[in-house]
Design a protein around this ligand. Structure first.
Ligand code: DP6
Length: 369
């Protein structure tokens, strides 16, 4: 599919007002997306686990207005008006207007809430943008005069299109958001070994996954709940002209190929090596860019060292990954849950801000409320 396939033909219905609610999950990348070209096209493919507990719920209410040149919307987080969220949504609306030509016909009220604290340093852009994209797709679906006599295959195709376009739109809001639409493992970015993969949207991981990864656990240790030191847009831009960029993009492609075998065989030692190396490479890219940044905090390193020591002592399959911040995602197989939680309580909580952490588990994607 190409971008053109997401431009709707005509809308045959008119609606005055309405509202839709969707909830959508966050995700954590195993092979990281870091570096993008124009129009939110990733420089390399990435793969992520979908998180079951960290979610955003968004209600989009809309009321017909005179179509004019301006977008009109208000945003609320937990019932509080959030004008500082507006620029990001305005940029998103501009990027997707071609694909959702009704955007200027309505005034929108966007009411959103997260299952995780907003100021936790957990990126809400993946769950937030994917939830908003789903709401907008529901509006579009109403505007397309759906034929109630549609045959089953057509319905399925429509459903597939709905999710695909939601992912396509979410990507234009925030790249990683396109991996929050469907499936517990999601690939975004063209990769030769992964059929159906695309730079334009995320796809459900299409191959066999070993039982070891079922209900994989992710405990997010909140090391630093402050505002991000580097916005993701600034961060991605640091890859332009970065001395190691091309090697990094090649490495991510190779890591994704290797991940396919790992996911099939269930080899947790190679999984650990690949995932931790990806996390540290992401941070290495930031440390070696110009300007340069260190996004880890002393406690991030303390935690990493403790995890390594625990693994050496016990033979546990615990490992860590990081996103573009100081928080640590502790990953481990379901059968180690009680042992690892005890270790976290005894040895890692001390390094979390206010002792805070969030227990999550890899699960399936978005669901309508
Ligand atoms: C480090 O998706 O937040 O989490 O496209 O600019 O919104 P934008 O970036 P964003 O970047 C996330 C990068 C990452 C790695 C990943 O999720 O793959």
């Amino acid at each position: 599919m190409t971008e053109k396939d997401f431009i709707p033909k005509t809308y045959s219905n008119t609606i005055e007002s309405g509202s839709f609610t969707w909830s959508s999950p966050s995700n954590i990348a195993l092979v990281k997306y870091w570096g993008k070209r124009e129009h939110q096209i990733p420089e390399n493919p990435s793969i992520s686990f979908t998180l079951d507990n960290c979610k955003t719920t968004t209600t989009l209410s809309f009321l017909k207005k005179d179509a004019n040149e301006a977008f009109s919307f208000d945003v609320f987080l937990d019932d509080e008006k959030k004008d500082d969220f507006k620029p990001k949504i305005e940029t998103f609306f501009k990027r997707v207007e071609l694909y959702l030509p009704f955007l200027k016909d309505y005034h929108f009220k966007i009411e959103t809430s997260n299952t995780f604290p907003h100021s936790s340093g957990i990126a809400s852009s993946a769950s937030g943008m994917s939830a908003l994209a789903l709401c907008l797709m529901s509006v579009e679906k109403e505007l397309i005069n759906s034929d109630v006599t549609l045959k089953t295959t057509e319905e399925i195709l429509n459903q597939e299109y709905f999710i695909k376009k939601a992912s396509f739109l979410a990507r234009l809001g925030s790249g990683s958001a396109c991996r929050s639409l469907e499936g517990d493992l999601v690939v975004w970015g063209k990769h030769d070994a992964i059929k159906g993969s695309s730079d334009l949207y995320g796809v459900k991981y299409p191959f066999e996954v070993h039982q070891n990864f079922k209900n994989y656990q992710d405990t997010i240790l909140l090391v630093d709940k402050g505002e991000k030191q580097v916005s993701s847009t600034v961060g991605h831009n640091l890859m332009f002209g970065h001395p190691f960029a091309q090697e990094r993009f090649k490495q991510a492609n190779k890591n994704l190929s290797d991940m396919v075998s790992i996911l099939k065989d269930g080899n947790l030692d190679t999984f650990i090596a690949l995932v931790e190396s990806e996390a540290l490479t992401l941070h290495a890219m930031m440390m070696t860019s110009m300007p340069y940044f260190i996004l880890m905090k002393p406690n991030t390193l303390e935690i990493i060292n403790k995890i390594w020591a625990f693994r050496n002592e016990t033979g546990s399959k615990i490992c860590f990954t990081l996103d573009a911040g100081a928080n640590v995602h502790v990953l481990y197989p379901e059968y180690e849950t009680s042992q690892v939680l005890e270790f976290i309580q005894n040895e890692l909580v001390a390094y979390c801000q206010n002792g805070q952490y969030i227990c999550d588990v890899i699960g399936l994607g978005a669901n309508k409320l």
